[in-house]
Write a protein that binds this ligand. Structure first.
Ligand code: SAH
Length: 347
């Protein structure tokens, strides 16, 4: 509800207007229901819980990683679908990995999210709910794990890297990020949208103009190789994707992030690294190398540590900025590429 709608709703219940403001404050903190809103009269709280909901998603299950810093939420939506959201407490802040769709249509051969295809887009409110739920979790003392900064119990970073292709759901994505910026004070520069390379969607972000970070899931340096692991490359080739991406990052003065999963024997050779350097040399990019995470239905394997470093060394030699992504929560199936429809989530 807009604030006007909420006021109307509240006065319709015979309540004074200021209740709407009280409720709004609770909603912004991610209240899971009305009974937690302790500054409302008890009968009103009960009445509201019978008549309304605070969020279009409820925690179905919560998995804590043994690293003590990663929590995966299985969230049940109003139509019964289940999605996954990951909260990562880091030294630089609290980052939420948000899903943008139920399932995914992209068909990438190494990823668990697409195994059952696309069920539907998430609404703007369903994306907002994911960060509000994480926010509530961070504020509830039972759940807080020290992350080195005792004052730091707000969501500070958003990565749209969960299940789904965000640029197939661009309008809701933008509305969600606008909310996070305006209502939760999260800076644009702490938001990252990751895409497999939907050029029309990248152009849409450019036109929108907000300085969010853009990450491209590249994973191969040539179209011929990329097509074999990412079917979407038949529609949008590497050159067009990178052209569109650099227009966005130049307009917003951001560094482009390139995600590159290393799949043993597929795309992890020094020649592949040379070809990748050719594409990116001299550009304002950071290559995030992601050793393949296990997905039981998928045949690919992670490269050896040696292969990872050999690959990275080639990039460094060519002056391309690179780092190896530290994986979080692989033991709870919450690492990159492991998020899926919520029916195979036993620990
Ligand atoms: N559809 C968007 C958002 C998902 S982001 C995109 O493609 O960018 C999730 C990231 O994890 C992507 O970079 C994806 O390619 C990567 N990923 C998928 N499967 C993986 C796996 N098995 N191991 C490591 N990373 C994987």
């Amino acid at each position: 509800m807009t604030s006007g709608e909420l006021e109307q709703f509240v006065t319709g219940l015979g309540q004074p207007k200021f209740r709407a403001k009280q409720i709004t404050e609770w909603l912004r903190r991610g209240a899971p229901n009305f009974s937690v809103m302790k500054n409302l009269p008890e009968n009103l709280r009960t009445g509201l819980d019978a008549a309304a909901i605070t969020l279009p998603a409820q925690i179905e299950k919560k998995l804590e990683s043994s690293d003590n810093q990663t929590t995966k939420f299985l969230l049940k939506l109003l139509d019964g679908e289940v999605i996954e959201t990951v909260l990562m407490r880091t030294s630089y802040g609290n980052s939420v990995c948000v899903s943008s769709q139920v399932g995914c249509a992209m068909g990438c051969r190494f990823c668990a999210s697409t195994l059952k295809g696309l069920r539907r887009n998430l609404t703007m409110n369903e994306m907002i709910a994911q960060i509000l739920i994480a926010q509530w979790e961070l504020r509830s003392d039972s759940a807080i794990k020290p992350n080195g900064d005792a004052n730091n119990n707000d969501v500070s970073h958003i990565v749209v890297m969960g299940t789904g292709e965000p640029l197939q759901n661009t309008e809701n994505l933008k509305g969600f990020l606008e909310y996070a910026n305006a209502q939760m004070g999260i800076s644009w520069r702490r938001m990252t949208v990751s895409t497999c390379g939907i050029v029309s969607g990248i152009n849409d972000l450019t036109e929108w103009g907000r300085p969010v970070n853009l990450a491209i899931s590249l994973h191969a340096p040539t179209d011929a190789l990329r097509e074999t692991i990412m079917p979407i490359n038949k529609k949008y080739g590497i050159a067009d994707i990178l052209d569109a991406a650099f227009i966005q990052t130049e307009k917003t003065s951001r560094q482009l992030m390139i995600e590159y999963i290393l799949l043993a024997g597929i795309n992890d050779s020094p020649e592949n690294a040379e070809a990748l350097s050719e594409l990116l040399r001299g550009k304002n990019v950071m290559v995030n190398l992601i050793p393949m995470n296990a997905v039981s239905e998928r045949e690919f394997a992670a490269p050896s540590n040696n292969a990872v470093h050999r690959f990275q060394d080639v990039l460094i030699k060519n002056g391309v900025h690179t780092r190896i992504r530290r994986e979080r929560g692989a033991d709870i199936g919450s690492a990159c590429g492991q998020l899926r429809l919520g029916d195979k989530n036993e620990k």
